[in-house]
Design a protein around this ligand. Structure first.
Ligand SMILES: Cc1cc2nc3c(=O)[nH]c(=O)nc-3n(C[C@H](O)[C@H](O)[C@H](O)COP(=O)(O)OP(=O)(O)OC[C@H]3O[C@@H](n4cnc5c(N)ncnc54)[C@H](O)[C@@H]3O)c2cc1C
Ligand SMILES: *[C@@H]1O[C@H](CO)[C@@H](O)[C@H](O)[C@H]1NC(C)=O
Ligand SMILES: *[C@@H]1O[C@H](CO)[C@@H](O)[C@H](O)[C@H]1NC(C)=O
Ligand SMILES: *[C@@H]1O[C@H](CO)[C@@H](O)[C@H](O)[C@H]1NC(C)=O
Length: 491
């Protein structure tokens, strides 16, 4: 997103300082439900009220439109306390939220005006070299996990850019730099520690509870609150790659290189994200390159490296360094919405449509305090879904090599939320129709990725033929619908 990162940050900060909505006055009298929780939890946990720094940290989200002011923030430090809290919010019918890394792009998915549970204290990382697995707390971000595993020269299949939470990412699917080799993050989970809606703390594995184990693989927060994930680990050497930014004049070269990469590169260690941006009045490209080894084989990335660039930060480096080279923190704190389309192929014609959408909506929405319009082209190998023979909630079909395409709009003024959400729906429809029109007709009815889908996406479009099974399991595990008091895609 160009070196305009600093300009953008200044612009955003100036705006927030002058125009951010006045935070409603909160009574200093703690609400009864928060007092009830405070009295019932152990000394491992705490409750914070408006004005406390840990309240502010607790409600923080990458997208400001995903934050709300709750009655209180609860930081549980023990799984049994989460059971107690679920009992109280259930019996009082209090809306609540569960937040991991706070990167939800949909409003209300991990925020509430009721009781806000922040998972920060679940931050342990225990690597088991013999089992080649690692237990990771659900309050962590991927950066922490990569840093902790680096000394052992192993890694997990996790997030591609800095700051993203382990919990929401892993409960929704998880497209990683290592997915061409090992599948989605859910394909590498061997166990969950779960606080069920009835408050009991259970370990969920394929052997102990295969139905629930499958359902948690894409089933988001429908079945309770996860405190710990056990993930397979894989060898990790130094990697190669980073970020190149490219100006408008060379977009045709990037499109050609991206289409050729998608069509010709079969090395599962190689991956890219080509991001079409509209920033400060013109389209441009943020190009992320990745190779899972210190040096890529000759040829794979030559087309990209030959394009004249604006900035370039590509090298042999640690996995964490590569993840932190991403520009995703530059727009943190603005309002945001994601939407998505699944495609089968990023053809030159489809990339032309995406460029046109970038420019069209970039100009159209800049009038409404739009600061950043972007489209992430994320090619994977058609074999990406072949790494797991189990049934998983998402994707409901593993026979089509569906590629997630991420639409991300950022803006400043809350009064334009609906305009941006409508634009994100309209542009998704345009890209989908263009893909179908050029012959990708298998996309009709194909599932879309829950962690990118806009909030009112029909559940059948995400879970397909799995939906009925998920709904009946949910009714068994949560008969009084406690988890329905929390936001998100609800079975
Ligand atoms: C900058 C950025 C980059 C991204 N990159 C990728 C990417 O490379 N690949 C990819 O697949 N996705 C990516 N995503 C999407 C990402 O997977 C989702 O935003 C995901 O929800 C983030 O998880 P979180 O824990 O940070 O979010 P949160 O906002 O904390 O939570 C998201 C959802 O999970 C629920 N939840 C959180 N913790 C728990 C818990 N312990 N138990 C039960 N439910 C819980 C919440 O209630 C909420 O519904 C990206 C998103 C952003 C903003
Ligand atoms: C991005 O922001 C997160 C906080 O959400 C922080 O933990 C992370 O270190 C930041 N990354 C970089 C590269 O600054
Ligand atoms: C560009 O996109 C806009 C909005 O989707 C559409 O109306 C227009 O026809 C497109 N132009 C071309 C040349 O495809
Ligand atoms: C923005 O796009 C919408 C939807 O196509 C259209 O109704 C509106 O007139 C456009 N506004 C501008 C200023 O182009």
């Amino acid at each position: 997103m160009f070196a305009a990162k600093r300009i953008l940050t200044t612009l955003v900060l100036t705006h927030l300082a002058t125009c951010s909505p006045v935070i409603e006055e909160r009574t200093l009298t703690p609400s009864p439900v928060c007092l009830q929780i405070a009295a019932a939890i152990s000394s491992a946990s705490d409750v914070y009220y408006f004005g406390h720094p840990l309240y502010t940290k607790g409600v923080y989200h990458w997208a400001s439109s995903s934050s709300q002011n709750p009655l209180c923030v609860v930081e549980p430090g023990a799984a049994s306390d989460i059971g107690t809290i679920l009992g109280i919010v259930g019996s009082t019918q209090t809306p609540f939220a569960v937040k991991g890394g706070g990167h939800a792009s949909n409003p209300g998915f991990s925020s509430t005006t009721g009781v806000h549970i922040s998972m920060y204290r679940f931050s342990a990382i225990n690597y088991d070299a013999a089992a080649q697995t690692v237990e990771i707390g659900s309050g962590l971000i991927w950066d922490d996990v990569y840093a902790a595993l680096a000394p052992y020269n192993v890694n997990v299949v996790g997030g591609r850019v800095t700051g993203v939470g382990v919990a929401g990412f892993t409960l929704g699917g998880g497209y990683s730099w290592k997915s061409n080799q090992y599948g989605l993050t859910i394909d590498t989970v061997t166990a969950y520690e779960l606080v069920k809606p009835d408050g009991t703390v259970v370990t969920v594995t394929d052997a102990l509870d295969p139905g629930l184990f499958s359902a948690l693989k894409g089933g988001l927060n429908n079945f309770g609150i996860v405190t710990k994930f056990t993930l397979k680990t894989f060898p990790q050497t130094q990697v190669w790659g980073g970020l190149i930014t490219i100006t408008e004049a060379f977009i045709p070269d990037v499109a050609a290189a991206t289409a050729a990469f998608q069509a010709n590169v079969n090395d599962p260690k190689a991956a890219i994200i080509t991001t079409y941006n509209f920033l400060l009045g013109e389209p441009g490209i943020s190009q992320l390159l990745f190779y899972d080894g210190p040096t890529p084989p000759a040829g794979i990335f030559d087309d990209f490296l030959a394009i004249p660039y604006f900035t370039k930060d590509v090298s042999t480096r640690s996995f964490l360094s590569l993840v932190q080279a991403s520009p995703s923190n530059a727009t943190a704190g603005t309002r945001a919405i994601f939407n998505t389309v699944s495609v089968l192929d990023y053809t030159p014609a489809l990339l032309d449509v995406i460029l046109n959408e970038t420019t069209f909506w970039g100009i159209n929405l800049s009038l409404k305090t739009g600061v950043f319009i972007s489209y992430d082209v994320e090619p994977f190998l058609p074999s990406i879904y072949s790494h797991n023979a189990e049934t998983t909630a998402f994707p409901p079909v593993r026979t089509l090599g569906l590629l997630p395409f991420n639409i991300y709009f950022a803006w400043l003024d809350p009064s334009f939320d609906t305009d941006f959400q409508n634009a994100a729906r309209a542009t998704a429809a345009t890209v989908f129709n263009a893909a179908v029109a050029e012959g990708q007709s298998n996309l009709i009815g194909a599932p879309v990725y829950p962690n990118y889908a806009i909030f009112d996406t029909p559940l059948s479009q995400i879970y397909g033929s799995n939906l009925a099974t998920l709904q009946s399991l949910k009714a068994t595990i949560d008969p009084t619908n406690v988890m329905g008091l929390a936001g998100g895609f609800k079975f």
